[in-house]
Design a protein around this ligand. Structure first.
Ligand SMILES: [Fe+2]
Ligand SMILES: [Fe+2]
Length: 271
């Protein structure tokens, strides 16, 4: 099975590049399953039900998220719409599993693509982030009931050490551990010794002519003056960051992980 995981989709520029480039990526890389982090789809802050449905219609199978998942209040009603339907669009949008268990939404989705069963787990780190439950032990708890061999984990976290530690902790237990949240792709993709594909951060799908998606003047001004400022999405140099993971669906072991960055311009973009 070949999985495309797309990093944090940021605002309209991010949504548009997914619309433009996803079909050719799926074809060129023989992709079977598409997963994307959509926490910044709504102008950088959260995701609305309408935008989630729009992204699913583009061919994304499962959407993960992170700390921005609660920014748009209507997402709470959307999560509750999933009641009773294990594969509805609202059930295929995840929030980190290690938020309080009684909050709306789920951090685990189990689905099937053709004959292949797969699972997606969404977790959030705790270093320089909200003080959620332990993502390590939460994963152990979730893994006890998962039947699928193919299991992808999105660790949405700030600290590289926390993400790398989770990669080692889950090596041999899941197919892939991919990092999101920093919006900056890291060059450390590899398959760990027991068959888990790993990368610290997939990177952002959105405007790179800014500071992690926001207009650069606003963020630079914030650092200079420390005054309250309303962040607005940047617009230029739009890129799509993703990884392609190839795995043996019978064992769940990864064979390879490859970074992908496509965009409108810029030297060194890899497709
Ligand atoms: Fe993000
Ligand atoms: Fe985030």
């Amino acid at each position: 099975m070949r999985i495309l995981f797309i990093g944090d989709i940021f605002g309209r520029p991010g949504r548009n590049i997914v619309r433009d480039r996803l079909p050719s990526l799926v074809k060129d890389h023989s992709i079977d399953l598409v997963i994307a982090n959509g926490e910044n789809s709504a102008a950088g802050f959260g995701i609305t039900p309408q935008l989630a449905e729009e992204l699913f219609e583009l061919g994304i199978d499962v959407l993960t998220s992170g700390n921005h998942i609660w920014d748009k209040r209507e997402i709470i009603d959307f999560f509750q719409m999933a009641d009773g339907n294990p594969h509805s669009p609202s059930r295929r949008l995840l929030r980190p599993a290690n938020y309080a268990p009684d909050l709306p939404g789920h951090g685990l989705y189990e689905g099937r693509k053709g004959e292949i069963e797969y699972a997606v787990i969404n977790l959030q780190g705790r270093v320089f982030m909200p003080s959620n439950d332990d993502p390590f032990r939460k994963t152990d708890q979730l893994l006890r009931d998962i039947q699928s061999k193919v299991i992808l984990v999105d660790i949405h976290a700030e600290a590289t050490s926390e993400k790398i530690s989770l990669g080692w902790y889950l090596d041999g237990k899941v197919t892939a551990v991919v990092g999101t949240h920093t919006h900056v792709p890291t060059a450390d993709e590899r398959v760990l010794p027991n068959g888990t594909a790993y990368i610290t951060d997939v990177g952002m799908t959105g405007p790179f002519d800014g500071v992690i998606g926001v207009k650069k003047e606003l963020v630079v001004g914030k650092f200079l003056n420390n005054m309250p400022v309303r962040f607005e999405a940047a617009s230029g140099d739009v890129r799509l960051c993703a990884v392609v993971i190839d795995c043996d669906e019978k064992t769940g072991r990864a064979r390879s992980i490859e970074r992908v960055m496509v965009g409108e311009r810029g030297a060194g973009l890899r497709s």
